[in-house]
Design a protein around this ligand. Structure first.
Ligand code: SAM
Length: 451
């Protein structure tokens, strides 16, 4: 490959490209609708497709430095609790007399229902105030939740546990909505909402739309009537909102951003607090921070992971240690007192057992390895002294930690091989495979840095 070709290829890797024509049209209509609601796009944001992250935002004309505002969106552009409370058609579907304090739902679950309600309105009557926004939303998500069955069978417990919990939660909320809405039907088409219109599959997508795209806001800052229709139905606060256009910002671990809803101006403002470069030039992707999140959280909640994520760590469970003992001849030959495992469980010492590339082995992991592998006594008062006393008195648990790391590397390599042997992978399966490979890199780098 010649120099010019190499140069062109390198540039292509970094250059954003226009979004698809369909999305471009939808965004064009969305700009118009948000403009009518008072958004002025002062930072001249544009949506483009970036090679590393897919769709994201940049400014074609403006440079950014620390403390600059990224976007200022009027609260009327958001889908918040105020939007739902002001929508009479939506409220009418929910008969307050049927609310049951033992069958409440989260605000996220209600917003997902609202999205389905608006989508049906749009499809049926072409008359939804959120039509352009709905057209900009993805139709699928890449969380492990959407993996095919054969892919799920190749995933570690850490991913499966979260996926199973999400599934239980989504089905439970869908059932509550079904019971509440009963045979309520759409006035335009006559079909019943929960029977004929909203399938569980659609609810799952709507749920993940809110999961992956909502922003935090302090709902007390919203101007709205004091009378709340939905309050008795909700089991949590309504401190989240969907933010059209603003939800095109991707996440980075190297920026710090703040978000605030100003009660006086009723504007939602995102500010770039700090990032690693002195300046961000036009056409460079503008990122925000979704929080200091490890890859396990990013993949299970948002469907992506970051290579060399600055906030990453790798967590172990007590079951990992039990399995390690069963699989390692030298460790299996020793005897272990069940009081020790009981003590660990009773004191929740198995929580927060992780390794971190910079900080090393977490306190709880060191305590647990010490208790299981080094401690002869099994009397509660001695165990208490060790677990909650001076860290210095621990024996060196490095050999056992190395065994544990090697066990985990072997286990994850097995999952990677199993996924790679599948005839084809869904998008979720492909992301999960990349995540597992990143975990392997992390564990190997940790071992190298700390052995
Ligand atoms: C709030 S949306 C951001 C906009 C999104 N890229 C889109 O096209 O609509 C969040 C989703 O964007 C994707 N995403 C965010 N940050 C990312 C990153 N650094 N790398 C890859 N995907 C990312 C994930 O799919 C995530 O669920």
């Amino acid at each position: 490959m010649g120099r010019t070709q190499r140069h062109r290829q390198r540039r292509n890797l970094q250059t954003p490209t226009p979004t698809s024509t369909t999305l471009d049209n939808a965004l064009h209509v969305l700009y118009g609708q948000l403009h009518a609601l008072g958004w002025r796009n002062e930072t001249r944001l544009s949506a483009l497709t970036f090679p590393q992250t897919g769709r994201g935002l940049c400014s074609k004309t403006k440079s950014f430095q620390a403390d600059d505002e990224l976007i200022r969106l009027p609260a009327s552009c958001l889908i918040s609790i105020a939007t739902l409370e002001a929508d009479e058609g939506f409220k009418q579907l929910f008969n307050r007399n049927l609310f049951d304090k033992d069958a409440r739902i989260s605000f996220q679950a209600l917003v997902a229902c609202y999205l389905m309600y608006q989508r049906h309105l749009y499809e049926c009557t072409k008359d939804s105030p959120w039509s352009a926004y709905l057209d900009t939303l993805p139709s699928s998500y890449t969380t492990p939740y959407f993996c095919a069955i054969n892919e799920l069978q190749c995933l570690p417990d850490a991913l499966l546990e979260r996926t199973v919990a999400q599934n239980r939660q989504i089905r439970e909320y869908y059932q509550v909505l079904k019971t509440l809405l009963g045979s309520q039907h759409c006035e335009s088409c006559g079909n019943r909402y929960c029977e004929d219109i909203w399938a569980l599959a659609e609810y799952k997508i709507a749920y993940f739309t809110v999961n992956t795209r909502s922003v935090y806001l302090d709902a007390r800052q919203l101007k709205q009537s004091n009378k709340s229709h939905f309050q008795p139905l909700l089991n949590d606060s309504s401190n989240l909102a969907l933010a059209p256009f603003l939800d095109l910002f991707n996440h980075s671990d190297s920026v710090r951003t703040t978000a605030q809803l100003y009660s006086k101006s009723q504007e939602y403002v995102l500010t770039l607090e700090a990032f690693t470069k002195p300046i961000l030039k036009p056409y460079e992707q503008l990122y925000i921070s979704y929080g200091a999140l490890p890859n396990l959280k990013l993949i299970t909640e948002y469907g992506f992971y970051l290579e060399h994520n600055a906030h990453d760590y790798f967590e172990f469970s007590l079951q990992d240690i039990e399995r390690l003992i069963a699989h390692n001849k030298e460790l299996a030959a020793q005897s272990y007192h069940r009081n020790i495992f009981k003590f660990i469980r009773e004191h929740n010492l198995m929580d927060q057992m992780f390794v971190h590339i910079q900080d090393g082995c977490s306190h709880n992991l060191r305590v647990v390895l010490h208790l299981i592998f080094k401690q002869q006594a099994y009397f509660p008062n001695v165990l208490n002294q060790i677990a909650f006393g001076d860290v210095e008195q621990f024996d060196n648990v490095q050999p056992e930690l190395s065994y544990l790391l090697a066990y985990k590397v072997n286990e994850y390599q097995g999952f990677v091989n199993a996924l790679q042997q599948q005839p084809q992978l869904t998008e979720s399966g492909t992301v999960a495979l990349g995540y597992l490979i990143e975990c392997l890199r992390y564990l190997r780098d940790f071992e190298q840095a700390h052995s």
